[in-house]
Design a protein around this ligand. Structure first.
Ligand SMILES: Cc1cc2nc3c(=O)[nH]c(=O)nc-3n(C[C@H](O)[C@H](O)[C@H](O)COP(=O)(O)OP(=O)(O)OC[C@H]3O[C@@H](n4cnc5c(N)ncnc54)[C@H](O)[C@@H]3O)c2cc1C
Length: 402
């Protein structure tokens, strides 16, 4: 078989979709690749934390999708609404069907705003914000800048989310800003989290725990935010005790940064590609090969999969070459050799000018890329996050060169 005759459909032209399309075309420019994505804008989401902290221009995080679709790929400006994996077809909202030899599924993750009553309606007003929303991230900075005293509440859901560090990264930057302004002593900072720990890898968690102590942050684990009342400035959350009993609690706030629970996009949840045993109905794949567990010519990567890794762009950088190699092997009827070991990275700014680059794999073991102790926040890593990574993203990652 000759790969040049093959037709590959990619569902979603975000970080994962464009990386895979570019890498495939760099391997073989004769492949027939269709990228299905209705969005005309492409976002560099990792910088939204920096926007919320007032050190990055939101306009630099949004670019025209048309300028990043790789040459040689077809852009189908439509939404996928269903899959017919038995007949190798995807269904589009516009009514068309696309036939494929190989399929790559990467439409990202769904933000379940409605799971926190009042959050969506209050975004960007009543001192309520969320850096996961392009339109609200600049408002986070307005809230932080104007805060002089009172209670600042930061919430984190109990579900897996993209960039698990983002709900608390903004809290460390806010505390540092208030410390420098001399007002931190007048501000009570509360972190309400559905998780049981601040970070899954203990070596990095130690550093964060020191910062939490230093800023006197009140941490409440095992607490799921269920409602935010914008008029009465109150967060309601369910606290789970040791016996699993839920108690409804509330806290008044002056500002609140809240991140919603997340799950697979609905058209994935309701499709035969979903993992029936996963409560969030992500695409069911083999976590090493990235191949669908039941359909050999389907692969998935990025935020939409059930792989138990941290959902980040950093993970995609290691997943994309594995998907490319293994998909081409399937099409050429060769053995799969690409293996993803769960690598992910979470760049956590601990103060303005300092950042801890937490890198780890499926075993939650640190996998440090640099010859320094990465559990110690450094200026070099801050420069990596604020200057180098955004440039790498637009110029090298999306073009399949890194
Ligand atoms: C606040 C914040 C901070 C973050 N910080 C970091 C960080 O510091 N480091 C890091 O590595 N990662 C970070 N991330 C995570 C990173 O942005 C994501 O992991 C990454 O963008 C996921 O890529 P993806 O391709 O899976 O999804 P996306 O990039 O979200 O792209 C999904 C694409 O699919 C399209 N799509 C959706 N539905 C359909 C459909 N039905 N049909 C066709 N197309 C569809 C969408 O239009 C979109 O273009 C952060 C994210 C946020 C929100």
């Amino acid at each position: 078989m000759n790969t040049s005759a093959h037709k590959i459909v990619i569902v979603g032209g975000g970080n994962a979709g464009l990386s895979v399309a570019s890498q495939l075309l760099r391997k073989n420019k004769n492949l027939k690749i269709s990228i299905v994505d209705p969005a005309t804008k492409h976002y560099y989401q990792p910088a939204w934390t920096l926007v919320g902290a007032g050190v990055y221009d939101i306009r630099k995080t949004e670019k025209n999708q048309a300028d990043y679709i790789p040459k040689g790929a077809e852009w189908v400006k439509d939404s996928v609404v269903g899959f017919l994996p038995e007949s190798n077809k995807v269904l589009l909202a516009g009514g068309r069907e696309l036939l494929y030899d190989g399929l790559v599924v990467c439409p990202g993750i769904k933000l379940d705003w409605e799971k926190i009553k009042g959050l969506k309606e209050n975004l960007g007003k009543n001192n309520i914000s969320c850096n996961y929303d392009f339109h609200s991230a600049p408002y986070t900075w307005q809230m932080i800048k104007n805060m002089k005293s009172g209670t600042a509440v930061f919430t984190n859901p109990g579900t897996p989310i993209k960039c698990a560090g983002a709900p608390h990264k903004i809290m460390y930057l806010a505390c540092d800003y208030w410390r420098k302004q001399g007002v931190l002593k007048n501000i009570k900072v509360v972190y309400i989290s559905g998780m049981a720990a601040i970070f899954g890898v203990k070596e990095y968690a130690v550093t964060l725990t020191e910062i939490i102590k230093k800023h006197n942050i009140d941490i409440r684990f095992g607490c799921n935010t269920v409602e935010i009342d914008g008029n009465n400035k109150t967060v309601y959350y369910d606290e789970t005790d040791a016996d699993g009993k839920l108690t409804r609690k509330e806290i008044k706030f002056d500002i609140c940064h809240s991140v919603p629970p997340q799950s697979a996009p609905d058209f994935i949840k309701n499709s035969p590609l979903a993992d029936p045993n996963n409560p969030f109905r992500y695409v069911e794949i083999n976590k090493s090969t990235m191949q669908h567990s039941r359909y050999p010519n389907i692969f998935a990567l990025g935020d939409c999969t059930n792989a138990p890794c941290s959902k980040t762009g950093a993970a995609i950088r290691k997943q994309a070459p594995v998907v490319v190699a293994n998909l081409l092997s399937v099409l050429d009827q060769k053995k799969l050799e690409g293996e993803y070991t769960g690598y992910s990275a979470c760049p956590i700014p601990t103060q303005y000018g300092k950042l801890m680059l937490a890198e780890f794999d499926y075993t939650n073991t640190p996998t440090m890329s640099f010859p320094i102790d990465q559990t110690k926040p450094s200026w070099m890593m801050w420069i990596l996050k604020t200057k180098i990574l955004p440039w790498l993203y637009w110029n090298k990652i999306l073009t399949g060169k890194a």
